[in-house]
Design a protein around this ligand. Structure first.
Ligand code: FAD
Length: 496
């Protein structure tokens, strides 16, 4: 694809030039990052945000509320299991309303901060839903608003007659995010289920819950509910949960989940779902037999899908693949002056990537001669279960699949000083290195604060460090971080 900075199309009269240099569809993480970057580079920029509420998925219904709840679940778990340290605390209890209220206070603060950034930003901000009329124009319609929600009152809000009906721009950045994937089984719709959105606003806990799915969202919610006393059954289609990780990482989490009372079925195929009175029943194939499980509620966590259906992308000529907007590593779509970033590009639903993609789109629009590219070498994934599961770069499964040669070494947390002090004995760290140069090409950590610990390997890989350099780097004792030196030393011994 060629870089271009085309003017507006000839259908616009010479008097009627483009309204903006850049129009960004969606004011979430990717959209805000694109706007800040484009505006910072001196381009006349507008964000068009059409959601009921303003703030984006990460703040409103994604990373932040889930992590606030998971932290509460961790405190609950520790409070209920103080014996290893010789502490007696009595029976730990909780007030679910307060647990949710604390989460709400945090989320409202984060969202208010984003609203201020959008309202007071140097770029323009329009509350409207956009869809393409052609490759240089979008039509705007009023967004649905969350009733009585103060955060939906924005600059220009309530003045529909003053809002433009369409916006033209030299460039666009599509950053419209994702929505919950449709149910694969019509009977599930009839039985009824909640998604992560509803799980975050429950007023009371169900007594029992079936979690459909085995990805990050499914696992995080499964442990959250189980730690607050809900009888949880997790039903996963793949042979192990967290299928993008190595089987060893998944096995460590499955064993913790089982210890905490979560029932797990993997390698399943959903067959049927029904509701009778208060009970919902899901039937599935498992090891050649039909199994039925009943619970008060079903949590549908079978993934998300790019939110592109209502954008009339065909009118702009933007190519999609199963709904996801196809981009190159410059974040350019098949139409060179239209860019895209974040979940609508579909491959990774990870917020720092959404931000990076938005920044790269904004930068490349402003600086076509010094473009920046996305580099997925340092792809990071974190699952905020306890223990946390974190990964950067390659897993053994992926390296084998891509025919990349490697050496691997791992070390368990049940043989490490600091984690023994903390009674955090589940999991391990693993390093993958190039067998000749010793360059680190992957790291996995299943263990206490794994999401923090992985950043040592992110930094090492960013600087293309070898296992020899990592092993030689000073590590304070006793820390969790020094566990990385063991597999590094082992590999350094093998690669001379
Ligand atoms: C339960 C859950 C937990 C998660 N936890 C994590 C985590 O711990 N770490 C992590 O990295 N990621 C996490 N994620 C993923 C992360 O939240 C997303 O990858 C990220 O928020 C996507 O940002 P985005 O800008 O692409 O989309 P969004 O933030 O969804 O922004 C899209 C915006 O576009 C607007 N919009 C849509 N259509 C239109 C239109 N036609 N016109 C105008 N505006 C429109 C929407 O209203 C929305 O505001 C989680 C996701 C979920 C669901």
């Amino acid at each position: 694809m060629k870089f271009a900075f085309p003017g507006c199309p000839s259908i616009l009269s010479p008097m009627n030039r483009c309204d903006y240099d850049v129009a960004i569809l969606g004011g979430g993480s990717a959209g805000y990052a694109a706007a800040r970057t484009a505006d910072g580079a001196g381009l006349k920029t507008v964000i068009i945000e059409g959601g009921k509420e303003v703030g984006g998925l990460c703040i409103l219904r994604g990373c932040m509320p889930t992590k606030a709840l998971l932290y509460a679940a961790e405190v609950m778990h520790l409070a209920g299991h103080p014996e290893p340290w010789g502490i007696r605390a009595g029976k730990a209890g909780f007030d679910f309303k307060k647990v949710m209220a604390r989460k709400n206070v945090l989320i409202n603060d984060f969202a208010d901060c984003r609203v201020k950034q959008l309202n007071a930003g140097p770029f323009e901000f329009i509350r409207a839903k956009a869809k393409f009329m052609d490759a240089h124009a979008v039509e705007l319609t009023s967004p649905l608003r969350a009733p009585g929600h103060p955060r939906s009152v924005m600059r220009g809000e309530g003045r529909d007659e003053g809002r433009p009906k369409r916006v033209t721009a030299k460039h666009f950045v599509i950053a419209t995010g994702s929505t919950v994937a449709p149910s694969p089984l019509p009977q599930l719709n009839e039985a009824g289920f909640i998604t992560s959105d509803e799980a975050l606003t429950l007023k009371r806990l169900p007594k029992s819950l079936m979690v459909l799915g085995g990805g990050a969202v499914a696992c995080e919610f499964a442990q959250f509910f189980a730690r607050f006393g809900v009888k949880v059954t997790l039903i996963q289609r793949s042979q192990h949960i967290l299928k993008e990780f190595d089987a060893g990482a998944a096995a460590a989490i499955e064993s913790v989940f089982r210890r905490e009372g979560i029932r797990i079925f993997t390698g399943t195929k959903l067959l049927d779902a029904k509701r009778k009175g208060k009970a919902k029943t899901v039937s599935f194939e498992h090891r050649g037999k039909t199994v039925s499980v009943s619970a008060e509620e079903i949590l549908f966590a079978l993934g998300r899908t790019p939110n592109t259906a209502g954008l009339d992308l065909a009118r702009a000529g933007v190519e999609t693949d199963n709904g996801r907007i196809v981009t190159n590593d410059l974040m350019q779509t098949s139409v060179p002056h239209i860019y895209a970033g974040g979940d609508c590009t579909g491959l990774h639903e990870i917020v720092h990537l959404a931000v990076q993609q938005g920044e790269i789109a904004g930068h490349n629009i402003a600086n076509p001669n010094t473009p920046r590219r996305m580099d997925y070498r340092l792809l990071i994934s974190v699952v905020f279960t306890e223990p946390q599961v974190a990964l950067v770069g390659l897993t053994e499964k992926e390296a084998n699949g891509r025919g990349i040669p490697f050496l691997a070494a791992s070390y368990p947390f049940n043989d490490h000083g600091k984690s023994l002090i903390m009674e955090a004995k589940d999991g391990f760290v693993k390093l993958l290195a190039h067998p000749k140069s010793g360059e680190i090409i992957g790291g996995t950590c299943v263990g206490p604060v794994g999401g923090e610990l992985i950043h040592e390997i992110v930094a090492a890989m960013a600087k293309q460090m070898t296992v020899h350099e990592l092993a030689a780097m000073p590590h304070y004792h006793p820390t969790l971080a020094e566990i990385w030196t063991y597999p590094a030393e082992e590999l350094a011994g093998q690669i001379r």
